[in-house]
Design a protein around this ligand. Structure first.
Ligand code: NAD
Ligand code: AHE
Ligand code: ZN
Length: 369
């Protein structure tokens, strides 16, 4: 079938809206009509050419929601008409990772997913007869996309898809990093570096966890208002200081924070976030994604003296198990999604959504097909 898609033909080129060909879903695959998608910084990161797994031409996009059109042989958990959210972290429930009880990472399709392919080693997308690669197992920047059954979660039909699409990445990642990765306790002292959707969702999670102090760190003071609304107690702009920001935070907190979260993807900030932690127990969670060749560094003494570095993918959330409950929490007013939505645009203006993100003017833009 034909589908309108925003194709990334090469690194650093604007996406091009073209009509691509989409094949029928094969065994264990599902054809989904995407109704809404937003743009996460990771899409911009891959488009920049910095992603070691970045491959072109590709249909990017991993924060979306839609309706099942048809299913391939063997698919049992979803049917035509179901409302679904694509998951870049799948959940097969059977692999060593899924059965470990220690991680949300699933290995079932990770290898081919990272190469922009479906598990049989081919793509379902093409343009003028040439293959177009998939992205993160989701490719929500195409009106019709094919995903594996295990990369989909069915959600309540009453949930507004133009909002719950945010559970496809940003909000789930931030909330999950607090709950699953850091396991933040009541009265904790915390710092959040980077106040995009991820950092703001971390702040929302910290507020839910009753953290005593939430220090929001960003170079852009325009982000402060929303951070405060989410529950931040202090704002620190590194540009206002002529010494390392970790020193400022250690001083402000009488020894450092119990938990810090890096939500930018900058390895120098990752160092600051770790060193802003309290000696003996402070934990720093890396959420930001850094480019090819980048490495983190600190004096090993920082770890010897009890600080801990952890990483978090999709907030440690098992999508098929947990997203229906998170959608319910949103419906019950326990999770705020509306505050993340700063802009709405038609799908054709997707490059403008990237520009707004780069300029720091948007948190999330909802694109409507
Ligand atoms: P965003 O661009 O909306 O937000 C980033 C924020 O960081 C901006 O407010 C910006 O002003 C601020 N910033 C940039 N450089 C800074 C610096 N040196 N010091 C302080 N603040 C600085 O991005 P986002 O969509 O919120 O994504 C944030 C990061 O999280 C990205 O790296 C993205 O790839 C990553 N991410 C990871 C996961 C995961 O599962 N691990 C999931 C989603 C996103
Ligand atoms: N492909 C990159 C890494 C990108 C990355 O770390 N992705 C995160 C999700 S970011 C969502 O916005 C993730 O889940 N990683 C775990 C995984 O298995 O991909 C690289 O460096 O090669
Ligand atoms: Zn993302």
């Amino acid at each position: 079938m034909k589908s309108r898609a925003a194709v990334a033909f090469g690194p650093n080129e604007p996406l091009k809206i073209v009509e691509i060909d989409v094949e029928e879903p094969k065994e264990n695959e599902v054809l989904v009509k995407i109704l809404y998608t937003s743009v996460c910084h990771t899409d911009a990161f891959t488009l920049s050419g910095e992603d070691p797994e970045g491959i072109f031409p590709a249909v990017l996009g991993h924060e979306g929601a839609g309706v099942v059109v048809s299913v391939g042989k063997g698919v049992t958990s979803v049917k035509s008409g179901d409302h679904v959210i694509p998951l870049y972290t799948p959940e097969c429930g059977k692999c060593e990772f899924c059965l470990s009880g220690k991680t949300n990472l699933c290995s079932a399709v990770r290898e081919t997913q990272g190469k922009g392919l479906m598990p049989d080693g081919t793509t379902r997308f093409s343009y003028k007869g040439e293959p177009i690669y998939h992205y993160m197992g989701t490719s929500t920047f195409s009106e019709y996309t094919v995903v594996n059954e295990i990369n989909l979660v069915k959600v309540d039909e009453d949930a507004p898809l133009d909002k719950v699409c945010l559970f496809g990445c940003g909000v789930t990642t931030g909330l999950g990093a607090v709950k699953h990765t850091a396991k933040v306790e009541e009265d904790a002292t915390t710092a959040v570096f980077g106040l995009g959707a991820i950092g703001l969702a971390v702040i929302q999670g910290l507020k839910k966890a009753n953290a005593k102090r939430i220090i929001a760190v960003d170079l852009n003071p325009d982000k402060w208002e929303l951070a405060k609304q989410m529950g931040a107690t202090d704002f620190v702009n590194p540009a206002d200081y002529d010494r390392p920001i970790q020193e400022v935070i250690v001083e402000m907190t009488n020894g450092g924070v119990d938990y810090s979260f890096e939500c930018i993807g900058n390895v120098e900030v990752m160092k600051s976030a770790l060193e802003a932690c309290h000696k003996g127990w402070g934990e720093s969670i890396i959420i930001g994604v850094a480019g090819a060749g980048k490495e983190i560094h600190t004096r090993p003494f920082q770890l010897v003296t009890g600080r801990v570095w952890r990483g978090s993918a999709f907030g440690g959330v098992k999508g098929r198990t947990e997203l229906p409950g998170m959608v319910q929490d949103f419906m019950d007013g326990e999770i705020d999604l509306d505050s993340f939505i700063t802009h709405h645009l038609p799908f054709k203006d997707i490059n403008e959504a990237f520009d707004l993100l780069h300029k720091g003017e948007s948190i999330r833009t909802i694109l409507t097909y």
